[in-house]
Design a protein around this ligand. Structure first.
Ligand code: FES
Length: 84
C-alpha cells in the first residue's frame, strides 16, 4: 500500500484517505499550526469549522485545517512566519 503524504513546512505528513489536514497534523504530533496574521497561535480546537482557530495556508489559499481533506502532494503552511 502506498502511503499518501502532504508537505507541512518542509516535513512530509502521512494521512489516511478522507482524513482532515488538522487530524493528520495532530496524528504526527503537531499540536500548533503557527501564528496567524495577528500573531495568535493556531491549533486544532473545535474540529467543525466554527472557531477559525486552525487556519493555515493550503497551496496558497487560506483554509480551516479541520474541515479540509488532505490530498497527496498539497503544500500546507502557517499563515505567517514566526517572529523572533
Ligand atoms: S478547529 Fe475550529 S475551525 Fe478548525
Amino acid at each position: 500500500m502506498t502511503v499518501q503524504a502532504f508537505d507541512w513546512m518542509g516535513r512530509s505528513i502521512p494521512f489516511r484517505a478522507g482524513e482532515s489536514i488538522a487530524s493528520a497534523l495532530d496524528a504526527a504530533g503537531i499540536r500548533t499550526f503557527g501564528a496567524d496574521t495577528s500573531g495568535q497561535e493556531t491549533r486544532y480546537f473545535c474540529g467543525i469549522g466554527a472557531c477559525q482557530c486552525c487556519v493555515v495556508r493550503v497551496d496558497g489559499v487560506v483554509r480551516e485545517a479541520c474541515v479540509t481533506t488532505a490530498t497527496a502532494g498539497m503544500r500546507v503552511e502557517a499563515l505567517e512566519k514566526r517572529r523572533g
